[in-house]
Design a binder for this molecule. Sequence first.
Ligand code: GDP
Length: 473
Amino acid sequence: MGNVLRSFNDDTICAIATAMTDAGIGIIRVSGKEAVSICDKLYISGKKERDLTSHEPNTIRYGYIVDGDRIVDEVMISFMKAPHSYTCEDVIEINSHGGMLVMNEVLSLLLKNGCRLAEPGEFTKRAFLNGRIDLTKAEAVMDIIEAQSSFALESSRAQLSGNIYDEVVSLRKEILYEMAYIESALDDPENYDLTGFSSELKSKILPMIDKISKLLSSADEGIIRKDGIKTVIIGKPNAGKSSLLNALSGSDRAIVTDIAGTTRDVIEETVRLDDIVLNLIDTAGIRETEDLIEKIGVDRAKEKIAEADLCLYVLDSTSDVEEIDKDIFKLCEGKKTIVILNKNDLTPDIKISKDILPMLFSDCNSIDFPIITTSLLNREGLDELKHAITDIFFNGELAPKQETYITNLRHKKLFEEALDSLKLVVDSIEKDLSEDFYTIDLSNAYSSLGEIIGQEVGDDLVEEIFSKFCMGK
Ligand code: GDP
C-alpha cells in the first residue's frame, strides 16, 4: 500500500480501549515491539508463573496483573502476534474488571514499565501506517463507532469492507495504465503508436467520468444521512419550540413554560426521528429566538438560519399572525423549511389553519414550504414531521437507494477534483492538444484519488484525521 515508508514512532503504546466508565469488563490494549516483554513484567498466570513469553499467539489466558507481590486484578490476557493483529504489531489485550480505578492502575503499571500512553486513534493509525488498511477504511472504523443511525452504520461497514477503496483503486489502475502508455509512446515512438489514441482514451475516460459523477451524486445525501441534518428551530415565544425539542429528544431537558422568555438552560441535542438524524443547532437560544429577531436583529437570525440545512418554523396556530411572523417567514426564504402549526388540540381557538396560512402570509414570497399540524404538548405530529423531512431531503424514500454512498466530505472534495481533472483530459482531446496535456491532468486525477485512500497525503492530514479518533482505538 505504500504507507510503510512513512516514518512513525514505533515505541510500545497502551490505552484503555473500553469506555471511561465503570463497567463489567475493561480492556487495556498494548501494541508494539515490547508489548510482550513489558506485559511479562506485570502478568503472572493462573498458576502464578511468569510465562507470558511462551504464550501461543491468538490465545487468551487467565492470570493476574501484579505489582511486585501485590495482585492488582484477576484478568484474561490475549496475545496477537505481528503482523496478524489490528496494528500489524504485537498486540496484547488485558481484560480486567471494568472499574475506572482498577483499569487506571493497570494502565499506570504499563506506563511505569516502559509503555507510552497512546494518542487518540494511534492503534488505527499504526494499522494504516503499517499498510493493513487504507485511509478510507481507517475513517470507517471511527464512523462505525460514532454511527447515529442504521444508515450511518451500514455505509461505514461497507466502507470498512472496502467499497470506496475498491472503486478508487480500480479507477487509479486504469488511469495509471493510460499514463504509462503515453509515457512509453513518447519515449519509444517506434514501438508504441499514438495514432487514434486520443479517441480511444476519450472512450475510456468518459465511463470513468460517469462512474465518479454517479458516486458524487450520492454525496450530499450520504453526508447528511450519516452526519445528520443541521436543524434550527425558530418561532415566536410560546409557539412551542421547547416542546418540539422535548418531543424530539424524548426528554424534558428543555424547560417548557408558559411565561415567555424564561428558558435559559443550555441544550445541544442530536436527536433521531426513526433513521433521520437531526443536529439541533443553537438550542440554547430556543427561548431567545425572539432575541434573534427583536434584539440581536435580523442579520444574526439570518446567520443562524444560513448555518442550518433545515428550518423548523413553529407557529402557534391559536395566535394571530403578526409582522414578526412574516419577518421570520421571509428569513427562511431559499432555505429548506417546514412550517409547524402547533397546538392543534385547541380546536376552537385555531386562527391559523393549513388552508388559510398561505393567505395570511400572502405578502411573503416563499409560501411553498410544507406545512404540518402538531400538538407538541401531546407529542403528536412527529410522524408527519418525519415524512416532510424525508420528502425534502431523501426524495420521499428513507431506505438507501444505492449500494455505495459517499458519506465523507474529504472523499467528496477529492472525487470532485479527480472529476475536474478527467474532464480537462477530455477537453484537451477535443481541442486536439498534445499528449503531454493529457498526462498532466491524468496525473492530477491519479493523485486526487490517491489522497482518498491515503496514498498521497501529508503527515499533517494523517495527524488531523486520527486526532479525531477516540482513545484506545
Ligand atoms: P416556546 O417559547 O416556543 O419554547 O414554547 P414552549 O414549548 O415553552 O410552549 C409554550 C407554552 O405552550 C407551554 O405552556 C406549553 O405547554 C404550551 N404548548 C406547547 N405546545 C402545545 C400544544 O401542542 N398544545 C397546547 N395546548 N399547548 C402547548
